[in-house]
Design a binder for this molecule. Structure first.
Ligand code: C2E
Ligand code: MG
Ligand code: MG
Ligand code: MG
Length: 284
């Protein structure tokens, strides 16, 4: 493609690169202050049980309320946070906020919700992860079974280390979920050894499921695989009723996606929860 656009391509490319790196530099500088300035917030995306159609979970997703640029989504700053090492502190903040929030929900009677938190590889490979999670559980008082940590297949690469850490995390009583399942490069052999509870089918498979035979087959295979291993399956990125009906038919356990709700601030989540307790599901 670069060739067909001729020599001009080079100029365009470098100026893009330049403005991108200036923007990134700006974000990097600002990111260092974002935690102490209280600029991060968590949005929560409901996870709905296929059978009961009730909310049984919420994925906590970080957003950055930037003073100049407004709300910034994680795809714009998580990479920078990882490169600068800031992700460890930010990630700790996320775990703590998510637990505080879910403890509040539990105490207010929203008892069915398991809160899921994304872990970056850096957090996972830092030696004190287990200690941090334990500390947060202790001082928030959240019942550990209502916390889910989402890891990715890349964290299965260092098999012995990962097995050790996951066992320690499981011993705290929390749940473990494999996020973006099917998109990594790791072998599947970890599935039989790691103490995991959930597989999350990546959005990329769900997206074209109704048009693409291969994606349908992959989704079916993941559900069967999970159930044979006695794991529960969550589908992410469910946007249409057709996708939902298909996933119901193949007994996917939980559904997460814009069909039910985008990730939303906690107050909105509470309203959505309340409305679902009373009524049948309303498709957005
Ligand atoms: P993820 O963990 O796979 O999260 C799901 C992403 O898919 C979210 O994007 C969510 O808004 C989006 N999504 C959910 N349902 C739908 C749908 O039906 N349609 C479409 N088009 N998208 C949907 P988001 O919030 O922008 O987060 C992107 C990624 O950033 C996450 O992917 C996760 O890897 C990372 N991330 C988010 N929060 C954190 C965090 O606190 N810590 C770390 N380390 N990573 C995070
Ligand atoms: Mg996730
Ligand atoms: Mg995911
Ligand atoms: Mg994903």
């Amino acid at each position: 493609k670069a060739k067909s656009q001729g020599k001009n391509r080079y100029v365009v490319y470098t100026s893009d690169l330049l403005s991108n790196s200036i923007e990134e530099l700006q974000l990097e500088t600002d990111l260092r202050k974002a935690l102490e300035n209280n600029e991060f917030i968590l949005h929560y995306q409901p996870q709905v049980c296929n059978k009961s159609e009730k909310i049984v979970g919420a994925e906590a997703l970080i957003r950055w309320n930037h003073p100049k640029f407004g709300l910034i989504y994680p795809d714009k700053f998580i990479k920078i946070a990882e490169e600068t090492g800031l992700i460890t502190q930010i990630g700790e903040w996320v775990i703590e906020q998510a637990c505080i929030q879910n403890k509040k929900w539990q105490d207010s009677g929203m008892k069915s919700i398991k809160i899921a938190v994304n872990l970056s590889a850096q957090q996972f490979f830092k030696r004190n992860l287990v200690g941090i999670v334990k500390k947060v559980l202790d001082h928030t008082g959240l019942d550990p079974e209502y916390l889910v940590l989402e890891i990715t297949e890349s964290m299965a690469m260092d098999f012995d280390y990962s097995l050790k850490v996951l066992r320690q995390l499981k011993n705290l009583g929390i749940c473990i979920s494999i996020d973006d399942f099917g998109t990594g490069y790791s072998s599947l052999s970890y599935l039989k050894k790691f103490p995991i509870d959930y597989l999350k089918i990546d959005r990329s498979f769900v997206k074209d499921m109704m048009e693409d035979h291969n994606d349908v087959n992959i989704v079916k295979a993941i559900i069967t695989l999970a159930h044979n291993l006695r794991l529960e399956v969550i589908a992410e990125g469910v946007e249409t009723k057709e996708q939902l009906n298909f996933l119901k038919k193949y007994q996917c356990d939980k559904i997460q996606g814009y069909l039910f709700s985008k990730p939303i601030p906690s107050e909105q989540f509470e309203q959505f929860y309340a409305s679902l307790q009373k009524n049948k599901i309303i498709y957005m």
